[in-house]
Design a protein around this ligand. Structure first.
Ligand code: SAM
Length: 466
């Protein structure tokens, strides 16, 4: 079969990785200096850092990753939770338990069940969801997804509501993306799974997802529809991880060139055990050291792109990766359709989750321990509500003004969370974190406004943001 030409050229990427081994110490230092100036890196420079095995360079990579993380994102960690609405799927993906050949009792939530799941997620304090679904146009159509989003945005609780719904559903048409845009989604997230086309075609045995080019160009169609916050990712474990990072970065460059803005977020899922698959069938599983190096290098390469880590990773790995660039994590997650309701009713959970999570601590423990480690958990959803999407968000981030926007919003939403969902110990920790961080809001007027908003929250007000 004649392969459709795309902006991902396998031979080219392999050659870049091969040539990258020749980078001299002087060149590597120049790339590291460039990254340290927050200028990002191109894929040739990224390749040189990836293949370099000198521990002194890796140490600098890690130091710069931490520096970028602290300078651009401060101590803030944005919190979210996934919401699985349907596990019907027409694809045969070898790594996924939703594989259509895997027999189990499938489920699609009714709107009442969506409401029940959202009630529980809200009671955990979540304000930002990532909606997930298998691909099945007949059973789980775009109109169903749109209805779920309307249901979620239509729900109001005593303490607030879900304020941002990001969507991770299969690659689709411009017309369908337009429907998602109209209903007000946050980021459209889609993982390429693998940029290595022969592997892509091998692990996607059948179904619409098998079409590499169609999947790869999904963000082009999303952008055409007006969705300008798109979130990319690779499922690490399917092919050579360095090849994957280069594919991801070339994808980012393609979007920057064509639309003036690259990925809003990058996710770094690693393959996990799941029902119906066997980890032993995957020869490219990524070890912890390589994974940490990759996260740090992506942070250097794309300093202003949020990096997302899910509960696929263990508590200790998450702690380590937070220092290397991760800015957004999930908490209290269920990866099963209807899983939050089942968990609350003490019905056996994980009957068929999409994959088994590694960090199954309750949301409050995760959020509380983040504060013990010096982070400020943020429930902010302000940017897209204020129209700061696409290149408008990027220019704000690059200007350094993010400190006067994201930090105030993080502190305000943390105050809200502490009052509404925290116990006494949590409230004390949150008050201490707020007091410690407030001086970092450098603009005097915004600092005063933030303090005034936090006071209003203490008096019963909600949902203040700038
Ligand atoms: N059906 C949509 C699609 O095809 O892109 C939505 C994706 S699915 C609900 C979310 C993601 O879970 C997938 O893109 C895949 O990367 C990831 N996933 C699937 N099986 C996994 C596994 N065994 N371990 C870790 N992540 C997995």
């Amino acid at each position: 079969m004649q392969e459709e030409k795309t902006f991902i050229d396998k031979d080219y990427i392999e050659n870049v990785l091969f040539e990258a081994k020749n980078a001299t110490d002087t060149e590597i230092n120049a790339y590291l200096n460039k990254a340290e100036r927050f200028e990002g890196l191109n894929h040739n420079e990224i390749a040189a850092l990836l293949v370099n095995e000198d521990p002194k360079h890796l140490e600098r990579v890690n130091q710069i990753a931490l520096k970028i993380k602290e300078r651009v994102y401060g101590n803030r960690i944005v919190m979210f939770a996934p919401l699985y609405v349907s596990d019907y799927c027409v694809n045969r993906c070898t790594y996924c338990s939703y594989n259509c050949k895997h027999e189990f009792e499938r489920k699609k939530l009714t709107q009442e069940e969506v409401r029940e799941e959202v009630r529980i997620l809200e009671s955990m304090g979540h304000k930002r969801l990532a909606m997930e679904a298998g691909e099945n146009d007949a059973i789980c159509s775009i109109d169903y997804i749109v209805d779920c989003i309307k249901t979620i945005y239509g729900m109001k609780f005593e303490n607030g509501e879900i304020r941002r719904v990001n969507v991770n559903i299969a690659a689709t048409t411009v017309e369908n993306y337009r429907k998602l845009k109209e209903v007000g989604i946050g980021t459209y997230i889609l993982f390429q799974e693998t940029y290595h086309q022969p592997t892509y075609e091998k692990v996607h045995i059948a179904g619409p997802k098998k079409n590499f080019a169609y999947h790869l160009t999904a963000f082009d169609r999303a952008q055409e529809s007006g969705i300008d916050d798109v979130g990319g990712g690779v499922l690490f474990g399917l092919a050579d991880p360095y090849f994957e990072v280069l594919g991801l970065m070339i994808h980012n460059e393609h979007l920057e060139e064509k639309f003036g803005v690259g990925f809003h977020t990058i996710s770094v899922p690693r393959l996990c055990p799941a029902e119906g698959m066997n980890m032993a069938d995957f020869p490219h599983l990524v070890d912890d050291e390589t994974f940490a190096k990759i996260v740090a290098i992506i942070r250097l390469a794309t300093p202003f792109t949020g990096m997302i880590l899910s509960t696929r990773e263990s508590h200790s790995m998450r702690q380590r990766l937070l220092r290397l660039g991760i800015s957004q994590i999930s908490a209290g997650s269920s990866t099963e359709v209807g899983g939050y309701t089942k968990r609350q009713q003490n019905v056996e959970v994980n009957v068929n989750p999409q994959f088994f999570v590694n960090d199954d601590r309750p949301a409050l423990s995760i959020i509380s321990e983040l504060m013990d480690d010096g982070y400020v958990p943020s429930f902010c959803t302000a940017c897209y509500r204020k129209g700061r999407t696409g290149d408008r968000f990027m220019s704000l981030a690059k200007s350094g003004q993010i400190k006067n926007v994201c930090l105030p919003n993080a502190l305000t939403t943390l105050a809200e969370y502490a009052i509404d969902y925290g116990d006494t110990a949590f409230k004390q920790k949150a008050d201490a974190a707020i007091a410690c961080e407030i001086p970092s809001v450098s603009n005097e007027k915004i600092r005063a406004l933030t303090l005034a908003n936090i006071e209003k929250i203490r008096q019963g007000g909600r949902d203040f943001y700038i």
